[in-house]
Design a protein around this ligand. Structure first.
Ligand code: PEP
Length: 236
C-alpha cells in the first residue's frame, strides 16, 4: 500500500542544496507510488515548487499563522502558502510546542486555517521522556491528539504524526512495540480513520520495519531527509 513520506528540513537547506537534492530525487519520485511531501523553510518554498513541477512530490510548509492576512509582522498565512502551491502544512511540531510555547488550542486553530485554505494539516503530537517513563504516554498523547484536532479534520485533509519528543533528532527510535501500541490507541481514539505517521529518528535502516507496522501510514523524517542517499532509500 502507498505510504506517506514527509521530509522536514527544519531550519536547514539552501538554494545550492536544492539544486543537487531535487534532480537526484526525480527518478525515485517517478518510480514510487508513495506520496512524498517536502517541507523546506519558507524562503525555499517558491523555488522548490518550480523545481518540483511535473513530479509527484507535494510541497509542504513547517508552520503558518491562524488568520489569512493582517498586522502580524513576520508571520505567513495558510492562504499565502496555498497561493504559492503548498499542499500541506506541518502544525504543532514539538519544537514549536516547546521552543515557541504553542498550545493545543493554537495548533487546532492553525490546522483549521490550513483546512480553510484547502490544504492538508500534518498535526504533530508526542510525549516527553518523563511522561513515557511514568507510564502515561498513551493517555497523554490521546488527550493531545483530541485537543489538537479541529472539527474540520477529515481523513482527506489531515495526517497525525506521532513523534515522541525523546526520539526526535536524538538517534533514539521508539521500539516497534511502542509505535504499534501508540498507533493502535490513536486509531481507536480518532472517530474517523485519520492517516497516522510516525516520526523520531527514522532512517534508511529502520524505515521499512516501521512502515510495515499496523496503522503506520507513513513517516515524518527530519535529519535523514537532508541526506540524499538515505532519503532515496526511505522513499523506495
Ligand atoms: C522531525 O523533524 O520531526 C523529526 C522526527 O526529526 P528526526 O527524524 O531528525 O528525528
Amino acid at each position: 500500500m502507498a505510504k506517506i513520506i514527509v521530509a522536514n528540513w527544519k531550519m536547514n537547506g539552501s538554494l545550492a542544496f536544492m539544486k543537487t537534492w531535487v534532480p537526484a530525487l526525480t527518478s525515485d519520485l517517478a518510480s514510487t507510488s508513495n506520496q512524498v511531501i517536502i517541507c523546506p523553510p519558507f524562503p525555499f518554498l517558491f523555488p522548490l515548487s518550480a523545481a518540483l513541477k511535473g513530479t509527484s512530490a507535494h510541497l509542504g510548509a513547517q508552520n503558518c499563522h491562524t488568520t489569512p492576512h493582517g498586522p502580524f509582522t513576520g508571520e505567513v498565512s495558510a492562504a499565502m502558502l496555498a497561493d504559492i502551491g503548498c499542499q500541506a502544512v506541518i502544525v504543532g511540531h514539538s519544537e514549536r510546542r516547546t521552543l515557541f510555547s504553542e498550545t493545543n488550542d493554537l495548533i487546532k486553530a492553525k490546522a483549521e486555517a490550513v483546512h480553510a485554505a484547502g490544504m492538508t494539516a500534518i498535526i504533530c503530537i508526542g510525549e516527553s521522556l518523563t511522561i513515557r517513563q511514568s507510564g502515561r504516554a498513551i493517555d497523554t498523547v490521546i488527550q493531545q491528539c483530541q485537543a489538537s484536532l479541529p472539527p474540520s479534520a477529515t481523513p482527506e485533509n489531515t495526517r497525525v504524526a506521532y513523534e515522541p519528543l525523546w526520539a526526535i533528532g536524538t538517534g533514539l527510535t521508539a521500539s516497534l512495540r511502542e509505535i504499534t501500541e501508540m498507533h493502535q490507541a490513536l486509531h481507536a481514539a480518532t472517530k474517523v480513520p485519520i492517516p497516522l505517521l510516525y516520526g523520531g529518528s527514522v532512517t534508511e535502516e529502520n524505515a521499512t520495519d516501521i512502515l510495515s507496522l499496523p496503522h503506520v501510514d507513513g513517516v515524518l523524517v527530519g535529519g535523514a531527509s537532508l541526506n540524499m542517499a538515505a532519503f532515496q532509500k526511505i522513499i523506495r
